[in-house]
Design a protein around this ligand. Sequence first.
Ligand code: NAP
Length: 165
Amino acid sequence: MTIRISAIVVVDSERRLVRGQDGFPGQSPKERRRVKKLVSGHAVLVGKATYEKMALGNFSLPKGTLLVVLTSDRKFKAPGCAVVRSIGEAGLFLRSRKGIKEIFVIGGNSVYRQLWKHFDRLYLTVTSDKAIFDQPLFPEYDGDFPKVTKKKKEKNGTFFVLERK
Ligand SMILES: NC(=O)c1ccc[n+]([C@@H]2O[C@H](COP(=O)([O-])OP(=O)(O)OC[C@H]3O[C@@H](n4cnc5c(N)ncnc54)[C@H](OP(=O)(O)O)[C@@H]3O)[C@@H](O)[C@H]2O)c1
C-alpha cells in the first residue's frame, strides 16, 4: 500500500514559510482545530524544535495519533511519542507500522526542506496575518504542486489543498 506524505504549513501571503513565535501550523484556534482533525489517527513527523514549541504551547494531538520526533540527540525523550535519529530511520519506522495511510509533516523549516521532494500533498494556509511571521524560508511550491483540489476563503486568508500531480 502506498503511504501518502503530506505537509501542513502556514505561510504568509507572500507565499513563503515564515516562523511564528509559537511556531507550528496551529497558531489560531481555527488552525489548531484543522490540524487536529486532519492528523487524527494518522502519523505525524516533526523536528525537535517544533515539538518543543508544541509542548510549550500545550498543543497536543488527538488520541490515537502517532507523533514521531526527529532529533540526533540520543538522550532525548518525548513522552508518548516515538523518537527517530534520521529521516531514514523515520521512513523505516513508519513503514514498519501497520495501517498508516498518510504521514503528516508539520514542521519545522528544516524538516519541510529535507522532505520537500517527497511531499505528495500540501495542506497550505496562506494568511495575511503578518504579525506571527518573521523568517521567509519556504521553497517555491507553485510549480511543484500544480493541482488545487481545495480552496477555501477564510477570514484572514485562504486554505488550500495542493497535489504534486
Ligand atoms: N509556519 C508553519 O506552518 C510552521 C510549522 C512548524 C514550524 N514552524 C517554525 O519552524 C521553526 C522551527 O523550525 P526549525 O527548522 O528551526 O526546527 P525543527 O525542524 O522543528 O527542528 C529542528 C531539529 O530537528 C532535528 N532534526 C531535523 N532534521 C533532522 C535529521 N535529518 N536527523 C536528525 N535530527 C533532525 C534536529 O534536532 P537536534 O538538534 O536535537 O539533532 C534539529 O535541530 C519554529 O520556530 C516554528 O516557528 C512553522
